[in-house]
Write a protein that binds this ligand. Structure first.
Ligand SMILES: *Cc1c(COP(=O)(O)O)cnc(C)c1O
Length: 398
């Protein structure tokens, strides 16, 4: 048997059938393609329906995502828009209660307009998922680990239950946090999507989303919607994403090893750190039963909102920004930034700590990152240095 090539190899090896044997796929920056005759359309006629650069990207993505068919669209949210158009008015949909903020926004909007009937539940509880599903459930949206709370679902267990009992319910998994390097969700679900704005591209210079499926019927329906609505990824962005993909594996490896060092260091100081690579994570076993690693996003608590603000604003190497997956390290306070649109009561209901700091680790030198964070923690008063030892301050009394 021929050994399957590793993803580390596959991300850099691309075959393109360029007429001049260009070693990098050429960019077809054109909207139209001339026809040989009035009746012979040829393979491409109009870029909304298809473009060779986008095709090149989609075939490369299919290899990496182990999918029969992959589609590149204009953003991660664009993926969700396309996928929800598979539903009929009033269809029942189940979604996790800690999904990406934009996902929550679009699904609750569709629920409000009556387009879907939405049930939001804690999908980390497989029992609750089982008891909520019914013959009426047309689609289920899952995501793991969530961010910034880093909640983990038991995907294999949910998937087995769905396949056995509700094979007609379309299961959808947002794999942005793990990337195809750590998880191939199509083993478990019907549709996988990812915001390629994050790890897949890795440089924070394009917005893109990818949808993958192994179902012929679903891929036909998805193609119809993408062509009909015109949200296929533009040629230049497809070309940039092809370039970004080549370094996915080496970027991710460094980001993850940096994240492991940073989380171990913070935990050793006594902070509550949320990261699936730490044995202290309540779902450490579940996460590692189906993922090949832990990713590079984590969060930690200081017990003081003011101190968290000072820490975030006091770092020099970490950009204060939303999003993640880029080569640069980022730091944010979700309650003030990415998750500010969720009202405080809902945040409290979901036990969302207001002092939470989220860190998205880049590819810088890990010692530099730790030193920068250390200085910021010292300046903020979160830790003190006594006789050369770092001691965490008790901020809960402030
Ligand atoms: C960013 C993100 C999205 C949305 O992707 P965009 O490219 O920003 O539209 C969806 N899901 C997750 C988990 C994300 O992090």
């Amino acid at each position: 048997m021929v050994k399957e090539l590793s993803l580390d190899t596959l991300v850099v090896s691309s075959n393109n059938n360029d007429q001049h044997n260009a070693s990098v796929a050429p960019l077809y920056q054109t909207t139209t393609f001339k026809q040989k005759s009035v009746s012979d359309l040829g393979e491409y006629d109009y870029t909304r329906s298809g473009n060779p650069t986008r095709t090149q990207l989609e075939s490369q993505l299919s290899i990496i995502m182990k999918a029969e068919k992959t589609f590149a669209v204009t953003s991660g949210m664009g993926c969700l828009d396309v996928i929800t158009r598979l539903l009929k008015p009033g269809d029942e949909v189940i979604a996790g209660d800690d999904l990406y903020g934009g996902t929550h926004r679009l699904l609750t909007f569709l629920n409000k307009t009556g387009a879907i009937k939405l049930k939001i539940i804690d999908t980390t509880n497989p029992q609750l998922v089982k008891s909520t599903l019914s013959q009426n459930t047309k689609m289920i949206f899952l995501e793991s680990p969530t961010n910034p709370l880093i909640k983990v679902i038991d995907l294999p267990k949910i998937s087995e239950f769905l396949k056995t009992n509700y094979p007609n319910c379309i299961s959808v998994f947002d794999n942005t946090m793990m990337s195809p390097l750590l998880l191939s969700p199509l083993k478990y679900v019907d549709i996988q999507y990812e915001s390629a704005t994050k790890y897949l591209n890795g440089h924070h210079d394009i917005m893109a989303g990818v949808i993958a499926t192994n179902s012929k019927k679903l891929s036909q329906d998805l193609f119809f919607i993408i062509n009909a609505t015109g949200c296929g990824l533009a040629p230049f962005d497809s070309w940039l994403l092809l370039r970004g993909l080549k370094t996915l594996s080496i970027r991710f490896e460094r980001q993850q090893s940096n994240a492991i060092k940073l989380t171990n260091w913070l935990e050793s100081l006594g902070f509550k750190v949320n990261y699936p690579g730490l044995k202290s994570h309540p779902q450490y076993q579940v996460h590692n039963s189906y993922n090949k690693g832990f990713g590079a996003v984590f969060s930690f608590e200081t017990k003081s909102i003011k101190t968290s603000e000072r820490i975030v604003e006091g770092t020099k190497l970490f950009g204060v920004t939303v999003s993640f997956g880029a080569v640069n390290s980022l730091i944010s306070m979700p309650c003030r930034m990415s998750h500010a649109s969720i009202d405080p009561e809902t945040r409290a209901e979901r036990e969302f700590p207001e002092d939470l700091i989220r860190v998205c680790v880049g590819i810088e030198d890990s010692d530099d990152l730790i030193e920068d964070l250390k200085q910021s923690l010292l300046n903020s008063g979160a830790i003190r240095e006594i006789n050369g030892k770092l001691i965490r301050s008790d901020l809960s009394k402030l």
